[in-house]
Design a protein around this ligand. Structure first.
Ligand code: ATP
Ligand code: MG
Length: 423
């Protein structure tokens, strides 16, 4: 027999038993974003490779080694999107959404990066991304962090830590990079091979190393925070004051750098210690340079993306996951007439109780076999509709999870009683 074909390494199926938690996560985030006036935008999953090279930058991990790139049949080089910001800016420019106006946008969907698969790190993963364009002040940076804070609250997630830093402007960073490279050269013996390579290409990224042997050399490095201009410092201080006023706790982490060149000023991450090395569940910051870099007029922008697999992993441990709704009722029908009438009864219940989750038995079968299916469906109650019930204008309601005895209920009272049971 031929071997079954399996899913691609690092790309996971999300099964029906898992999707209620995904829906809860996505619905909660969508609801918060719409309450802050953010509109959804949907972009293609594939873009020209050039877009990512120009936006993310050639010397980043993503472009150097993580992209799924292939030639289209007409010879164009295409790439499965590794993140959403580039496509969002591309779409914004293409449709004239960015020039001289304010936009608050969000998107969701799969992203693709060829990384080593492990817990919290996949080759197809999902993000919800949020971007605002046209606002340069720290008020919108604050707004986005407040959004994330509210999302965690409404998801029932606690124990997440907000880490905050500023990367200054491109000019401030250029001056700082000279200092940093000088410093690392003076202690070159302590750098690993990866970092020595980055000394030329992307020295800031060395600060982000995960190599514990480099902890000392990194912690002694000069910080950008100490070399900021007045405007960048004021931007950062205003953001911090806003967070203080809102009662959002944060930790300033001068080692927090984003790999991408287009970032400016604010960067932030929400991290947890509960997911091992893959502890960042949300990352974002200001990227005032990107729109121009992609051919638009200079446009300030700030955004973040959250990693849904990591948030799901956190939610799976919590109480919310246990309270998620499944099926309410499974309708068991015995006899030909009851079968016919039962379908009508189910439709009337669906009319009266719009949120009701009701499965009607299909495929006939005896009492025992229908009850087996009812059990397997995970429904909380079986509704029993047989000849006796039909004759008496009644329906039986039997708890399927050990919550008491079967009761007989008048048809006229059925909807009210079900509403009470499933509230
Ligand atoms: P990391 O340092 O973990 O590789 P990153 O800096 O590459 O993260 P971003 O590009 O900022 O990640 O993406 C935002 C978020 O998307 C991350 O904080 C994380 O939650 C999630 N994420 C990124 N890469 C993956 C992946 N391969 N699998 C699952 N989630 C991911
Ligand atoms: Mg990464």
């Amino acid at each position: 027999m031929a071997k079954n074909i399996q899913a691609i390494r690092g790309m996971k199926d999300i099964l029906p038993e898992q999707t209620p938690l995904w829906q809860f996560l996505e619905d909660t985030v969508r609801s918060v974003l719409s309450r802050y006036g953010y509109g959804e935008i949907r972009m293609p999953i594939v873009e020209l490779t050039e877009l990512f090279k120009r936006s993310i930058g050639e010397v980043t991990d993503i472009v150097e080694k993580e992209m799924y790139t292939f030639d289209d049949r007409n010879g164009d080089s295409l790439t499965l999107r590794p993140e959403g910001t580039a496509g969002c800016v591309r779409a914004g420019l293409e449709h004239g959404l960015l020039f001289n106006q304010v936009q608050r946008l969000w998107y969701r969907g799969p992203m693709f990066r060829h990384e080593r698969p492990q817990k919290g790190r996949y080759r197809q993963f999902h993000q919800i991304g949020v971007e605002s364009f046209g606002l340069e002040g720290p008020d919108v940076d604050l707004e986005q962090i407040l959004i994330t804070h509210r999302i965690w609250r409404e998801l029932g997630l606690d124990g997440l830590e907000l880490q905050l830093n500023t990367l200054g402007t491109a000019e401030e960073r250029t001056a700082y990079k000279v200092l940093l490279v000088d410093y690392f050269r003076s202690r070159i013996d302590e750098l690993d091979a990866d970092s020595r390579r980055r000394l030329e290409s992307n020295p800031l990224r060395i600060l982000d190393t995960k190599n514990p042997d480099m902890a000392a050399v990194v912690s002694d490095a000069p910080t950008l925070m100490d070399h900021l201009g007045d405007a960048s410092r004021a931007h950062f201080e205003t953001l911090c004051a806003g967070l203080d006023a809102a009662g959002v706790a944060y930790v300033i982490n001068p080692r927090l750098v984003r790999g991408l060149d287009y970032y400016a000023r604010t960067v932030f991450e929400w991290v947890t210690t509960r997911l091992g090395a893959q502890g960042t569940v949300c990352a974002g910051g200001r990227y005032d340079g990107l729109v121009k870099q992609l051919g638009g007029r200079p446009t300030p922008a700030v955004g973040f993306a959250m990693g849904l697999e990591r948030l799901i992993a956190l939610l799976e441990e919590g109480e919310t996951a246990k309270r998620l709704p499944s099926v309410d009722l499974y309708l068991v029908m015995m006899g030909e007439t009851a079968q016919r009438e039962g379908v009508q009864l189910a439709e009337r219940l669906r009319d009266e109780l719009p949120d009701l989750r009701l499965i009607v038995n299909c495929g006939g079968g005896g009492f025992k076999s229908q009850f087996k299916k009812a059990d397997k469906s995970n429904a909380r109650y079986a509704l029993i509709f047989g000849d006796d019930e039909l004759a008496n204008g009644e329906v039986g309601i039997k708890p399927l999870r050990g919550e008491g005895e079967q009761q007989q209920v008048k048809l006229s009272e059925l909807a009210g009683i079900i509403a009470g049971l499933t509230a």
